[in-house]
Design a protein around this ligand. Structure first.
Ligand code: PLP
Length: 442
Protein backbone atom coordinates (compact mmCIF):
# COMPACT_ATOMS: atom_id res chain seq x y z
CA UNK A 1 0.00 0.00 0.00
CA UNK A 2 1.24 3.49 -0.84
CA UNK A 3 2.26 5.36 2.31
CA UNK A 4 0.29 8.51 2.80
CA UNK A 5 0.23 10.91 5.70
CA UNK A 6 -2.92 10.66 7.83
CA UNK A 7 -5.59 13.16 6.70
CA UNK A 8 -4.67 16.53 8.11
CA UNK A 9 -7.88 17.96 9.49
CA UNK A 10 -6.37 21.36 10.06
CA UNK A 11 -4.89 21.86 6.58
CA UNK A 12 -7.66 20.06 4.71
CA UNK A 13 -10.23 21.77 6.91
CA UNK A 14 -8.90 25.20 6.05
CA UNK A 15 -9.04 24.25 2.38
CA UNK A 16 -12.61 22.99 2.77
CA UNK A 17 -13.73 26.17 4.55
CA UNK A 18 -12.02 28.27 1.88
CA UNK A 19 -13.83 26.18 -0.70
CA UNK A 20 -17.19 26.70 1.06
CA UNK A 21 -16.70 30.46 1.38
CA UNK A 22 -15.60 30.71 -2.25
CA UNK A 23 -18.56 28.65 -3.40
CA UNK A 24 -21.03 30.91 -1.63
CA UNK A 25 -19.34 33.97 -3.15
CA UNK A 26 -19.67 32.66 -6.70
CA UNK A 27 -22.83 30.53 -6.53
CA UNK A 28 -24.89 33.32 -8.11
CA UNK A 29 -22.78 33.11 -11.26
CA UNK A 30 -23.40 29.39 -11.78
CA UNK A 31 -26.37 27.99 -13.74
CA UNK A 32 -28.93 27.45 -11.01
CA UNK A 33 -30.34 24.23 -12.47
CA UNK A 34 -27.73 21.54 -13.06
CA UNK A 35 -27.09 21.37 -16.79
CA UNK A 36 -26.57 17.61 -16.92
CA UNK A 37 -28.44 14.56 -18.16
CA UNK A 38 -29.31 11.61 -15.91
CA UNK A 39 -26.31 9.29 -15.53
CA UNK A 40 -23.78 11.88 -16.69
CA UNK A 41 -22.23 12.53 -13.28
CA UNK A 42 -21.89 8.88 -12.42
CA UNK A 43 -20.28 8.21 -15.77
CA UNK A 44 -17.61 10.80 -14.99
CA UNK A 45 -16.69 9.13 -11.71
CA UNK A 46 -14.58 5.97 -11.29
CA UNK A 47 -16.75 2.85 -11.27
CA UNK A 48 -14.64 1.26 -8.53
CA UNK A 49 -13.38 2.52 -5.17
CA UNK A 50 -9.70 3.40 -4.83
CA UNK A 51 -7.40 0.66 -3.56
CA UNK A 52 -5.18 3.10 -1.73
CA UNK A 53 -5.85 6.34 0.14
CA UNK A 54 -6.06 9.53 -1.84
CA UNK A 55 -5.45 13.00 -0.44
CA UNK A 56 -8.45 15.12 0.48
CA UNK A 57 -7.30 17.66 -2.09
CA UNK A 58 -8.26 15.11 -4.77
CA UNK A 59 -11.77 15.01 -3.33
CA UNK A 60 -11.99 18.80 -3.40
CA UNK A 61 -10.75 18.84 -7.00
CA UNK A 62 -13.49 16.40 -8.07
CA UNK A 63 -16.05 18.44 -6.18
CA UNK A 64 -15.11 21.41 -8.33
CA UNK A 65 -14.83 19.53 -11.58
CA UNK A 66 -17.63 16.97 -11.33
CA UNK A 67 -19.90 17.51 -8.34
CA UNK A 68 -20.54 21.25 -8.68
CA UNK A 69 -21.50 21.00 -12.38
CA UNK A 70 -23.90 18.23 -11.36
CA UNK A 71 -25.48 20.28 -8.60
CA UNK A 72 -28.71 22.25 -8.70
CA UNK A 73 -27.77 25.20 -6.55
CA UNK A 74 -30.22 25.66 -3.71
CA UNK A 75 -28.00 28.45 -2.35
CA UNK A 76 -28.28 30.36 -5.64
CA UNK A 77 -29.99 33.75 -5.28
CA UNK A 78 -32.33 32.85 -8.14
CA UNK A 79 -33.33 29.42 -6.89
CA UNK A 80 -37.12 29.89 -6.76
CA UNK A 81 -38.43 26.33 -7.11
CA UNK A 82 -40.50 24.25 -4.64
CA UNK A 83 -39.67 25.91 -1.32
CA UNK A 84 -36.44 27.82 -1.65
CA UNK A 85 -34.22 27.15 1.33
CA UNK A 86 -31.00 28.53 2.73
CA UNK A 87 -28.11 27.14 4.72
CA UNK A 88 -26.53 29.98 6.70
CA UNK A 89 -22.83 30.04 7.62
CA UNK A 90 -23.36 29.43 11.37
CA UNK A 91 -25.36 26.32 10.48
CA UNK A 92 -22.72 25.13 8.03
CA UNK A 93 -20.18 25.38 10.83
CA UNK A 94 -22.61 23.74 13.25
CA UNK A 95 -22.75 20.72 10.92
CA UNK A 96 -18.96 20.59 10.93
CA UNK A 97 -18.80 20.55 14.72
CA UNK A 98 -21.66 18.03 14.97
CA UNK A 99 -19.79 15.67 12.66
CA UNK A 100 -16.63 16.26 14.67
CA UNK A 101 -18.30 15.36 17.96
CA UNK A 102 -20.21 12.51 16.30
CA UNK A 103 -22.60 12.29 19.25
CA UNK A 104 -25.07 9.48 18.71
CA UNK A 105 -28.08 10.20 20.86
CA UNK A 106 -29.46 6.75 21.41
CA UNK A 107 -29.81 7.50 25.11
CA UNK A 108 -29.38 10.55 27.28
CA UNK A 109 -26.08 9.20 28.66
CA UNK A 110 -24.58 8.58 25.23
CA UNK A 111 -25.23 12.20 24.29
CA UNK A 112 -26.29 14.36 27.25
CA UNK A 113 -25.38 17.67 25.61
CA UNK A 114 -27.03 16.77 22.30
CA UNK A 115 -30.19 15.60 24.07
CA UNK A 116 -30.48 18.61 26.34
CA UNK A 117 -29.56 21.16 23.67
CA UNK A 118 -32.24 19.65 21.42
CA UNK A 119 -34.83 20.18 24.14
CA UNK A 120 -33.59 23.71 24.72
CA UNK A 121 -33.60 24.82 21.08
CA UNK A 122 -37.05 23.29 20.59
CA UNK A 123 -38.19 25.43 23.55
CA UNK A 124 -36.42 28.49 22.15
CA UNK A 125 -38.12 28.11 18.78
CA UNK A 126 -41.46 27.51 20.52
CA UNK A 127 -40.97 30.78 22.38
CA UNK A 128 -39.89 32.63 19.23
CA UNK A 129 -42.95 31.49 17.32
CA UNK A 130 -45.35 31.90 20.22
CA UNK A 131 -46.40 28.32 20.88
CA UNK A 132 -47.96 27.70 24.28
CA UNK A 133 -45.43 26.92 27.02
CA UNK A 134 -44.91 23.31 27.98
CA UNK A 135 -45.12 21.60 24.60
CA UNK A 136 -42.64 18.86 23.94
CA UNK A 137 -40.46 19.45 20.91
CA UNK A 138 -37.78 17.34 19.29
CA UNK A 139 -36.07 17.14 15.92
CA UNK A 140 -36.83 14.58 13.21
CA UNK A 141 -35.14 14.37 9.82
CA UNK A 142 -38.09 15.58 7.77
CA UNK A 143 -41.67 16.75 7.95
CA UNK A 144 -42.59 13.44 6.32
CA UNK A 145 -41.19 11.59 9.33
CA UNK A 146 -42.74 14.08 11.76
CA UNK A 147 -46.17 13.62 10.23
CA UNK A 148 -45.70 9.85 10.12
CA UNK A 149 -44.77 9.89 13.81
CA UNK A 150 -47.81 12.02 14.64
CA UNK A 151 -50.05 9.60 12.73
CA UNK A 152 -48.60 6.64 14.62
CA UNK A 153 -49.22 8.36 17.95
CA UNK A 154 -52.71 9.44 16.90
CA UNK A 155 -53.67 5.95 15.77
CA UNK A 156 -52.55 4.50 19.08
CA UNK A 157 -54.16 7.24 21.17
CA UNK A 158 -57.52 7.14 19.40
CA UNK A 159 -57.74 3.48 18.40
CA UNK A 160 -58.88 4.69 14.96
CA UNK A 161 -57.28 4.29 11.57
CA UNK A 162 -58.46 7.11 9.35
CA UNK A 163 -56.39 10.14 8.30
CA UNK A 164 -58.21 13.24 7.10
CA UNK A 165 -56.69 16.17 5.23
CA UNK A 166 -57.50 18.57 2.44
CA UNK A 167 -56.87 17.71 -1.17
CA UNK A 168 -54.08 20.33 -1.05
CA UNK A 169 -52.26 18.64 1.86
CA UNK A 170 -48.71 17.50 1.27
CA UNK A 171 -48.28 14.01 -0.15
CA UNK A 172 -46.50 12.97 3.07
CA UNK A 173 -49.95 12.56 4.65
CA UNK A 174 -51.06 10.10 1.97
CA UNK A 175 -47.68 8.42 2.21
CA UNK A 176 -48.09 8.00 5.98
CA UNK A 177 -51.47 6.43 5.30
CA UNK A 178 -49.94 4.13 2.70
CA UNK A 179 -47.12 3.03 4.99
CA UNK A 180 -49.37 2.55 8.00
CA UNK A 181 -52.25 1.03 6.03
CA UNK A 182 -54.51 3.76 7.35
CA UNK A 183 -57.31 5.15 5.22
CA UNK A 184 -56.86 8.67 3.88
CA UNK A 185 -59.91 10.86 3.29
CA UNK A 186 -59.35 14.07 1.38
CA UNK A 187 -61.60 17.04 1.85
CA UNK A 188 -62.28 19.53 -0.96
CA UNK A 189 -60.96 23.07 -0.79
CA UNK A 190 -62.58 26.44 -1.37
CA UNK A 191 -61.63 28.85 -4.13
CA UNK A 192 -58.61 30.00 -2.11
CA UNK A 193 -57.38 26.38 -1.82
CA UNK A 194 -58.22 26.11 1.91
CA UNK A 195 -59.84 23.05 3.40
CA UNK A 196 -63.59 23.56 3.28
CA UNK A 197 -64.73 22.90 6.87
CA UNK A 198 -68.32 22.39 5.74
CA UNK A 199 -67.09 19.26 3.95
CA UNK A 200 -65.34 17.78 6.97
CA UNK A 201 -68.34 15.62 7.72
CA UNK A 202 -68.41 13.05 10.48
CA UNK A 203 -65.00 12.76 12.13
CA UNK A 204 -65.94 10.01 14.58
CA UNK A 205 -63.69 7.57 12.66
CA UNK A 206 -60.79 10.01 12.32
CA UNK A 207 -57.55 9.20 14.10
CA UNK A 208 -55.90 12.39 12.88
CA UNK A 209 -56.91 15.44 10.93
CA UNK A 210 -54.08 17.34 9.25
CA UNK A 211 -54.57 21.08 8.88
CA UNK A 212 -51.96 22.82 6.76
CA UNK A 213 -50.74 26.35 7.28
CA UNK A 214 -48.83 27.00 4.09
CA UNK A 215 -49.78 24.28 1.64
CA UNK A 216 -47.18 23.04 -0.79
CA UNK A 217 -48.76 24.28 -4.00
CA UNK A 218 -50.16 27.70 -3.09
CA UNK A 219 -49.24 28.20 0.63
CA UNK A 220 -52.93 28.43 1.45
CA UNK A 221 -53.98 28.38 5.08
CA UNK A 222 -56.58 25.92 6.30
CA UNK A 223 -59.13 27.31 8.79
CA UNK A 224 -57.46 25.83 11.86
CA UNK A 225 -59.87 27.16 14.54
CA UNK A 226 -62.89 25.52 12.89
CA UNK A 227 -60.97 22.30 12.27
CA UNK A 228 -59.75 22.30 15.89
CA UNK A 229 -63.33 22.67 17.07
CA UNK A 230 -64.42 19.71 14.97
CA UNK A 231 -61.49 17.58 16.17
CA UNK A 232 -62.20 18.36 19.80
CA UNK A 233 -65.86 17.39 19.35
CA UNK A 234 -64.95 14.14 17.60
CA UNK A 235 -61.96 13.16 19.75
CA UNK A 236 -59.63 13.26 16.73
CA UNK A 237 -55.95 14.22 16.93
CA UNK A 238 -55.21 17.52 15.20
CA UNK A 239 -51.84 17.74 13.47
CA UNK A 240 -50.83 21.09 12.00
CA UNK A 241 -48.45 20.92 9.05
CA UNK A 242 -46.60 24.21 9.09
CA UNK A 243 -43.48 22.66 7.57
CA UNK A 244 -42.74 25.63 5.33
CA UNK A 245 -44.69 28.53 6.79
CA UNK A 246 -44.14 27.85 10.50
CA UNK A 247 -40.90 29.85 10.51
CA UNK A 248 -42.93 32.95 9.62
CA UNK A 249 -44.54 32.85 13.06
CA UNK A 250 -41.40 34.53 14.32
CA UNK A 251 -42.92 37.74 12.87
CA UNK A 252 -45.84 38.97 14.97
CA UNK A 253 -47.50 40.59 11.95
CA UNK A 254 -47.77 37.15 10.28
CA UNK A 255 -49.14 35.30 13.29
CA UNK A 256 -52.75 35.88 12.23
CA UNK A 257 -52.40 33.08 9.68
CA UNK A 258 -51.62 30.67 12.51
CA UNK A 259 -54.69 31.36 14.65
CA UNK A 260 -55.80 28.17 16.37
CA UNK A 261 -52.55 26.24 16.06
CA UNK A 262 -52.25 26.35 19.84
CA UNK A 263 -55.18 23.90 19.88
CA UNK A 264 -53.27 21.28 17.88
CA UNK A 265 -52.13 18.00 19.36
CA UNK A 266 -49.00 18.17 17.28
CA UNK A 267 -47.35 20.56 14.87
CA UNK A 268 -44.47 20.27 12.44
CA UNK A 269 -42.19 23.09 11.35
CA UNK A 270 -39.08 22.63 9.22
CA UNK A 271 -36.22 24.98 10.12
CA UNK A 272 -34.61 23.48 7.00
CA UNK A 273 -37.19 25.25 4.88
CA UNK A 274 -37.34 28.89 5.98
CA UNK A 275 -35.16 29.20 9.08
CA UNK A 276 -31.71 29.20 7.49
CA UNK A 277 -30.83 25.69 8.64
CA UNK A 278 -29.65 23.10 6.11
CA UNK A 279 -31.37 19.80 5.55
CA UNK A 280 -32.21 17.98 7.62
CA UNK A 281 -34.01 19.58 10.53
CA UNK A 282 -37.72 19.18 11.21
CA UNK A 283 -39.22 20.18 14.55
CA UNK A 284 -42.08 18.04 15.78
CA UNK A 285 -44.03 19.59 18.65
CA UNK A 286 -46.74 17.99 20.69
CA UNK A 287 -48.77 18.93 23.68
CA UNK A 288 -49.29 15.20 24.24
CA UNK A 289 -45.74 13.90 24.74
CA UNK A 290 -46.99 10.96 26.78
CA UNK A 291 -48.87 9.71 23.73
CA UNK A 292 -45.76 10.04 21.58
CA UNK A 293 -43.74 8.18 24.16
CA UNK A 294 -46.35 5.46 24.50
CA UNK A 295 -46.20 4.96 20.74
CA UNK A 296 -42.42 4.95 20.38
CA UNK A 297 -40.81 3.86 23.61
CA UNK A 298 -39.25 0.42 23.40
CA UNK A 299 -36.18 -0.01 25.59
CA UNK A 300 -34.38 -3.32 25.15
CA UNK A 301 -32.19 -4.66 27.92
CA UNK A 302 -28.93 -3.45 26.45
CA UNK A 303 -30.20 0.12 26.51
CA UNK A 304 -31.41 0.06 30.12
CA UNK A 305 -29.54 2.52 32.29
CA UNK A 306 -29.82 3.64 35.90
CA UNK A 307 -30.33 7.27 34.80
CA UNK A 308 -33.15 9.11 36.44
CA UNK A 309 -36.52 9.35 34.72
CA UNK A 310 -35.80 13.00 33.85
CA UNK A 311 -32.79 11.91 31.77
CA UNK A 312 -34.99 11.89 28.68
CA UNK A 313 -33.92 9.79 25.72
CA UNK A 314 -35.45 11.41 22.67
CA UNK A 315 -35.29 8.09 20.82
CA UNK A 316 -38.37 7.22 22.88
CA UNK A 317 -40.35 9.94 21.08
CA UNK A 318 -39.84 8.97 17.46
CA UNK A 319 -38.84 6.18 15.06
CA UNK A 320 -35.02 6.49 15.10
CA UNK A 321 -32.73 5.08 17.76
CA UNK A 322 -29.41 6.68 16.79
CA UNK A 323 -30.09 10.38 16.50
CA UNK A 324 -27.53 12.87 15.27
CA UNK A 325 -26.68 16.24 16.79
CA UNK A 326 -29.05 18.28 14.61
CA UNK A 327 -29.75 20.84 17.29
CA UNK A 328 -26.23 22.23 17.05
CA UNK A 329 -26.76 23.91 13.68
CA UNK A 330 -30.15 25.25 14.74
CA UNK A 331 -28.67 26.59 17.99
CA UNK A 332 -25.87 28.26 16.01
CA UNK A 333 -28.44 29.98 13.77
CA UNK A 334 -30.64 31.06 16.65
CA UNK A 335 -27.66 32.58 18.44
CA UNK A 336 -25.98 34.20 15.47
CA UNK A 337 -29.19 35.64 14.02
CA UNK A 338 -31.36 36.17 17.09
CA UNK A 339 -35.04 36.91 16.83
CA UNK A 340 -34.34 40.09 14.86
CA UNK A 341 -32.18 38.30 12.29
CA UNK A 342 -34.77 35.59 11.70
CA UNK A 343 -37.48 38.21 11.37
CA UNK A 344 -35.36 40.11 8.84
CA UNK A 345 -34.97 36.94 6.75
CA UNK A 346 -38.71 36.25 6.72
CA UNK A 347 -39.60 39.88 6.03
CA UNK A 348 -37.13 40.05 3.18
CA UNK A 349 -38.72 36.94 1.61
CA UNK A 350 -42.17 38.44 2.01
CA UNK A 351 -41.14 41.77 0.48
CA UNK A 352 -39.39 40.13 -2.48
CA UNK A 353 -42.39 37.91 -3.19
CA UNK A 354 -44.59 40.98 -3.04
CA UNK A 355 -42.30 42.72 -5.53
CA UNK A 356 -42.62 39.82 -7.96
CA UNK A 357 -46.36 39.66 -7.44
CA UNK A 358 -46.66 43.35 -8.33
CA UNK A 359 -44.67 42.82 -11.53
CA UNK A 360 -47.00 40.02 -12.64
CA UNK A 361 -50.08 41.97 -11.64
CA UNK A 362 -48.98 44.99 -13.67
CA UNK A 363 -48.48 43.05 -16.88
CA UNK A 364 -51.40 42.60 -19.27
CA UNK A 365 -52.25 38.97 -19.97
CA UNK A 366 -50.31 37.60 -17.02
CA UNK A 367 -52.31 36.38 -14.09
CA UNK A 368 -51.95 35.75 -10.37
CA UNK A 369 -53.50 32.38 -9.56
CA UNK A 370 -53.79 32.31 -5.77
CA UNK A 371 -53.74 34.61 -2.76
CA UNK A 372 -50.21 35.01 -1.38
CA UNK A 373 -50.09 34.62 2.41
CA UNK A 374 -46.31 34.03 2.47
CA UNK A 375 -43.35 34.13 0.05
CA UNK A 376 -44.64 32.05 -2.87
CA UNK A 377 -46.28 33.57 -5.94
CA UNK A 378 -48.49 31.38 -8.13
CA UNK A 379 -48.95 32.86 -11.59
CA UNK A 380 -49.55 32.16 -15.25
CA UNK A 381 -48.32 33.63 -18.46
CA UNK A 382 -50.84 34.26 -21.25
CA UNK A 383 -51.97 31.10 -23.01
CA UNK A 384 -52.97 27.60 -22.15
CA UNK A 385 -51.43 24.96 -19.86
CA UNK A 386 -49.14 23.69 -22.60
CA UNK A 387 -47.74 27.15 -23.29
CA UNK A 388 -47.06 27.68 -19.57
CA UNK A 389 -45.39 24.28 -19.26
CA UNK A 390 -43.19 25.12 -22.22
CA UNK A 391 -42.33 28.47 -20.65
CA UNK A 392 -41.29 26.68 -17.45
CA UNK A 393 -39.11 24.27 -19.38
CA UNK A 394 -37.41 27.01 -21.33
CA UNK A 395 -36.78 29.44 -18.46
CA UNK A 396 -35.27 26.66 -16.37
CA UNK A 397 -33.08 25.68 -19.28
CA UNK A 398 -31.52 29.14 -19.32
CA UNK A 399 -29.81 28.44 -15.99
CA UNK A 400 -30.71 32.00 -14.97
CA UNK A 401 -33.59 31.04 -12.70
CA UNK A 402 -35.19 27.87 -11.43
CA UNK A 403 -38.92 27.84 -10.78
CA UNK A 404 -41.43 25.01 -10.42
CA UNK A 405 -45.10 24.42 -11.12
CA UNK A 406 -48.30 23.19 -9.52
CA UNK A 407 -51.79 22.34 -10.63
CA UNK A 408 -54.40 24.49 -8.94
CA UNK A 409 -58.08 24.10 -9.64
CA UNK A 410 -57.19 21.87 -12.59
CA UNK A 411 -54.94 24.53 -14.15
CA UNK A 412 -51.19 24.44 -14.63
CA UNK A 413 -49.59 27.32 -12.72
CA UNK A 414 -46.04 28.54 -12.29
CA UNK A 415 -44.62 29.07 -8.81
CA UNK A 416 -41.91 31.45 -7.73
CA UNK A 417 -40.83 30.72 -4.14
CA UNK A 418 -38.54 33.12 -2.30
CA UNK A 419 -36.44 31.88 0.59
CA UNK A 420 -32.76 32.13 -0.26
CA UNK A 421 -30.42 34.19 1.89
CA UNK A 422 -28.70 35.88 -1.06
CA UNK A 423 -31.83 36.79 -3.01
CA UNK A 424 -32.31 40.50 -3.57
CA UNK A 425 -34.49 42.84 -5.57
CA UNK A 426 -32.15 42.54 -8.56
CA UNK A 427 -32.75 38.78 -8.63
CA UNK A 428 -36.50 39.26 -8.64
CA UNK A 429 -36.26 41.77 -11.46
CA UNK A 430 -33.95 39.46 -13.39
CA UNK A 431 -36.37 36.56 -12.93
CA UNK A 432 -39.14 38.70 -14.34
CA UNK A 433 -37.00 39.84 -17.28
CA UNK A 434 -36.09 36.23 -18.09
CA UNK A 435 -39.72 35.12 -17.89
CA UNK A 436 -40.92 37.91 -20.17
CA UNK A 437 -38.08 37.50 -22.65
CA UNK A 438 -38.60 33.75 -22.96
CA UNK A 439 -42.37 34.18 -23.09
CA UNK A 440 -42.11 36.64 -25.96
CA UNK A 441 -40.16 34.05 -27.97
CA UNK A 442 -42.74 31.28 -27.49
N1 PLP B 1 -45.44 19.52 4.41
C1 PLP B 1 -45.44 20.53 3.53
C2 PLP B 1 -46.52 21.57 3.60
C3 PLP B 1 -44.45 20.58 2.56
O1 PLP B 1 -44.48 21.57 1.65
C4 PLP B 1 -43.45 19.60 2.52
C5 PLP B 1 -42.37 19.65 1.51
O2 PLP B 1 -42.22 20.56 0.77
C6 PLP B 1 -43.50 18.57 3.45
C7 PLP B 1 -44.51 18.56 4.38
C8 PLP B 1 -42.47 17.48 3.46
O3 PLP B 1 -41.27 17.98 3.94
P1 PLP B 1 -39.98 17.05 4.06
O4 PLP B 1 -39.25 17.19 2.77
O5 PLP B 1 -39.22 17.63 5.22
O6 PLP B 1 -40.42 15.65 4.33
Amino acid sequence: MTERPAPDLRADGHAAIDWAAGYLERVGELPVLAQVAPGEIRARLPAHPPEDPEPFSAVLRDIDEIIVPGTTHWQHPRYFAYFAAASAPPAILGELIAATLNSVAILWRTAPASTELEGLVADWVAELIGLPAGWHGHIEDSASTSTLAAAIAARRATGRSQLVCSEQAHSSVAKAGQMLEMGVRTIPVDDAFRLDPAALGDLSDAAMVVATVGTTASTSVDPVPVIAEACERAGAWLHVDAAYAGSAMVCPELRGAFAGVERADSLVLNPHKWMLVPNDCSLLYSRRPDDLRAAFSLVPEYLRTPDAEDALSLSEYGPALGRRFRSLKLWAVLRCYGRSGLQAHIRSGMALAQRFEALVEGEAGWELCAPRPFSVVCFRAPGDDGRNAELLRRVNETGEIFISHAVLGGRYVLRLAVGGMFTGEGDIDRAWDVLRAVESEL
